[in-house]
Design a binder for this molecule. Structure first.
Ligand SMILES: [Zn+2]
Length: 68
């Protein structure tokens, strides 16, 4: 299942929140959640507004192969 990604406010990098779409529905999530950032090792708060679902690279590669 795809990971839920947000942006680290310190480095600006995309980082995983530790949640996946099957255990958290960001469409109905309210407020913020805290997570320990794997890039800068501090705790950030993230909200659904700034989060997104990771695009699955293996699925995309498979899709391209199917078109070829
Ligand atoms: Zn960070």
């Amino acid at each position: 299942m795809p990971r839920i990604i947000t942006v680290c406010p310190t480095t600006g990098e995309d980082v995983p929140t530790g949640h996946r779409t099957q255990d958290l529905d960001i469409a109905s999530m309210e407020g913020t959640r805290a997570f320990r950032c794997p890039v800068c090792k501090t705790v950030h708060n993230w909200s659904a507004q700034e989060a997104r679902v990771e695009v699955g690279v293996p699925e995309a590669a498979h899709y391209r192969a199917a078109l070829a």
